[in-house]
Design a protein around this ligand. Structure first.
Ligand SMILES: [Zn+2]
Length: 286
């Protein structure tokens, strides 16, 4: 799933390519992806693209007061087309959800791979009309997100750090991958109760979060949309690297699996050398 750094890079990439052009085509190919009916998608046609924004993991395209809001979810992506295909996008079962053509002759396809269809599109006059956008917690890359802001996010929370970091209403834009990376850099267990951090640990986590996200934004900014996924994978120390060597200490990266996802961590760096119980694995071994 694209998280804050990838969506930020996509936003900057689309802005560089599209601002100043006019929408000439807006075609929905996945009826389940579009969540608003009024105004209709055709209303985008003839409007100028004036800017793009990222809010959490949402990509927003501003056509001078009418906003196309895109949530890429698990298997969604934006494919930039230097030349938009002439064929009109039609509702079907393929990965294509939306095709947007611009006056420059270029444009983009919004696609979604996989069985689970979670990609969502909205056309609104204000981004806050989208519930998920209105509910977003503070953005970790905002100037105002200081140590005190993180302390507020964590205060009184009985849930574990992993859960709180990926909760979009607590913190905007961090998902499964960058929460693993930030916890590893902060040398904190994903299962530590969020409300129980010491002042020193809050400082470390704040530093790690900002560092991991800023590094990833810097690596991905300027890259074409098609290269962002590989870039994301290559920058990971523990996420998606089960069984491989921790680049910090040389221990083996381990995994805890849940019903539909998993987290990765390094025991030496994060849990005092003790592997966390993996319920799925212990069940298999029993
Ligand atoms: Zn390690």
């Amino acid at each position: 799933m694209p998280e804050l750094p990838e969506v930020e890079a996509l936003s900057r990439f689309v802005a560089a390519k599209a601002v100043g052009t006019t929408v000439e085509r807006a075609e929905i190919a996945s009826l389940s992806a579009i969540k608003t009916y009024r105004p209709p998608i055709d209303d985008l046609v003839g409007r100028g693209v004036v800017g793009t924004e990222r809010r959490g993991k949402y990509l927003l395209i501003d056509t001078d007061g009418l906003w196309l809001v895109i949530h890429l979810a698990l298997g969604g992506w934006l494919q930039w087309r230097e030349k938009t295909p002439a064929a009109r996008a039609r509702p079907g079962k393929g990965p294509l959800a939306l095709r947007l053509g611009l006056s420059s002759g270029s444009g983009f396809d919004v696609t979604e791979q996989g069985m689970e269809k979670r990609l969502a599109l909205w056309l609104v006059t204000s981004p806050d009309e989208v519930d998920g956008v209105a509910r977003l917690g503070p953005d970790p890359l905002a100037d105002s997100f200081d140590v005190a802001a993180l302390r507020t996010v964590l205060a009184g929370r009985g849930a574990n750090l992993k859960t709180v970091l990926v909760d979009q209403s607590s913190l905007a834009g961090v998902g499964n991958a960058y929460s693993d990376e930030a916890l590893h850099r902060a040398r904190l267990s994903p299962f530590k109760p969020a409300g129980k951090l010491t002042e020193d640990e809050i400082h470390k986590l704040h530093h790690a979060l900002i560092g991991v996200l800023t590094d990833a934004v810097e690596r991905s900014t300027g890259l074409p949309a098609k290269d962002l996924k590989a870039e994301k994978r290559s920058g990971m120390a523990v996420h998606g690297r089960t069984g491989q060597v921790c680049p910090v200490c040389g221990d083996t990266v381990r995994e805890v699996s849940f019903a539909t996802k998993s987290l990765q961590y390094c025991p030496t760096c994060q849990t005092g050398g003790k592997p966390l119980a993996d319920r799925r694995l212990s069940r298999l071994l029993r």
